[in-house]
Design a protein. Structure first.
Length: 187
């Protein structure tokens, strides 16, 4: 495991190798990426030893715009900017945008041919404990409803958190069905 330390700076200071841009009013603390996209951009740049100015220059964008992308959670660059950043940072646009974040382990796409394998009960519980996302089927007044849930296995039981009034909450005290797909759930 690689551990990294990050030094947080006050307004107007940055550890990303550039001076503040007085033309951009920024409520964010300099040097601290605020959104997931910003953290990925800054993190990958740091891994490659690139300053913000160097990254911006290689992608053909202004350092102030790159700072904006790094520090504003609502920043949404167009596809071209994201592709240029991904190319410079040696990754994919999908990876930068978080397309693989929080996905369960396993294949990303279904195999060409389906192969059924009978599992033991122990194998089923072991697999359920490593995936975290499944489908819960509950009976509602208007008929059955299937919804995705983030789940876990605790003491031999499938568990998930929910809030009162939600579809998964209707499962409490009732017979339900739960499904999980070996190659990840489908939407």
């Amino acid at each position: 495991m690689v551990m990294k330390a990050h030094t947080f700076h006050g307004p107007g200071q940055s550890d990303r190798g550039d001076a503040p841009d007085p033309g951009i009013k920024d409520d964010a603390v300099e040097g601290s990426p605020r959104g997931d996209l910003g953290r990925r951009i800054a993190g990958r740049s740091t891994e490659l030893g690139l300053t913000r100015r160097e990254t911006a220059q290689r992608t053909g964008m202004a350092p102030s715009y790159l700072r904006y992308l790094e520090q504003h959670p609502a920043a949404a660059p167009d596809r071209g900017a994201l592709l240029r950043l991904a190319g410079v940072l040696g990754t994919t646009a999908q990876e930068l945008a978080g397309g693989h974040a929080d996905l369960p382990p396993g294949r990303g796409r279904a195999a060409r041919s389906v192969e059924f394998t009978e599992l033991t009960e122990r194998e089923c519980w072991d697999l359920l404990g490593t995936h975290g996302v499944g489908r819960l089927a509950v009976t509602t007044p208007s008929g059955p409803l299937v919804v995705p849930v983030n789940s876990g296995v605790v003491d031999g039981a499938i568990v998930f958190r929910t809030a009162a009034g939600t579809t998964p909450a209707q499962a409490s005290g009732h017979r339900v069905a739960f499904c999980w797909c070996a190659d990840g759930p489908t939407t």
